[in-house]
Design a protein around this ligand. Sequence first.
Ligand code: NDP
Length: 306
Amino acid sequence: MDNQYDVIIIGSGPAGDTAAIYASRANLKVVCFEGWQPGGQLTITTTVENFPGFEKGIDGKQLMQEMKKQATVFGTEYVSKDITKVDFSGQPLKVYAGEEEYQAKAVIIATGAKPRKLGLESEETFWAKGVSSCATCDGFFFREKTVAVIGGGDSAMEEANFLTKFATKVYLIHRREEFKASEIMLDRVKANKKIEILTNKGVDEVLGDQKVTGLRLKDTQSGETSELTLDGMFLAIGHIPVTDIFESVEKDDLGYIVHKENTMTNMAGVFAAGDCVDHRYRQAITAAGMGCQAAIDASRWLEDQS
Ligand code: NDP
């Protein structure tokens, strides 16, 4: 069987790619499944200003391409497939891309997280018809239009600012008075004349016909509703871990994978790193750091088994 490896890495964001660099430099036979979003969340962001080593920042997509190239230099094989099923019941560990089976002695889960949605039916109805969770991907379609960004964290600030490159007006809608966002990001939004901040407002309904035409908002304090005419809504309300397929792996109440011994999970030989584990820091640099730890742990664990 050809599909046999020392280490299978699931996910190709900063955690997966860094694990790939370390594991393949340790002379292990490594395959990395790029998954549903090759390169991970950084590929849909703009400039990354806080990854050390880049005085002027670096484009998120470019950063991920460089990481992949670096892992490839040391021998990591990249496969553009999504892992749909796993079997961690014994050695060898098995993962499946559809019907195709791959085997390894160790697996590193680095599947990251995906954007959270509001949970409204109308949000699904108008998804890609004015509703989006990626300003970098879809901002261009809103030239000279009015849009809203939902959320009060750094992502919402970044998206709102970015969208002012295209839209004539951007509403930043947040459900509370206080913001989770860092001061520097919030200050940039406050200084941007194209952005109007609406606090204590939740989205009650996305309104539209063929496309989004507005939002019905509900005041989170008075319960009063109001309507806002606009062309697009961008969600920036956090993320949920992509861990559903790992049924036998222990997770916390929010679905994040739990480490048992260093970066190893409750399943022998199964390690985890990055945003599928970490809901506290969620940074490219911390994900990369944890990817490094997982690869070192996997490599040492493999040595102990032989
Ligand atoms: P956060 O968890 O920081 O913020 C999510 C925001 O969405 C909160 O304001 C939250 O409201 C709001 N929210 C959550 N659920 C709902 C809901 N159902 N309805 C309405 N609002 C909701 O996530 P981010 O994605 O903004 O940031 C994640 C991490 O990434 C952070 O550590 C951040 O610093 C980092 N980041 C850094 C960037 C940079 O440095 N360039 C850029 C982007 C992100 P509430 O406050 O009420 O809970």
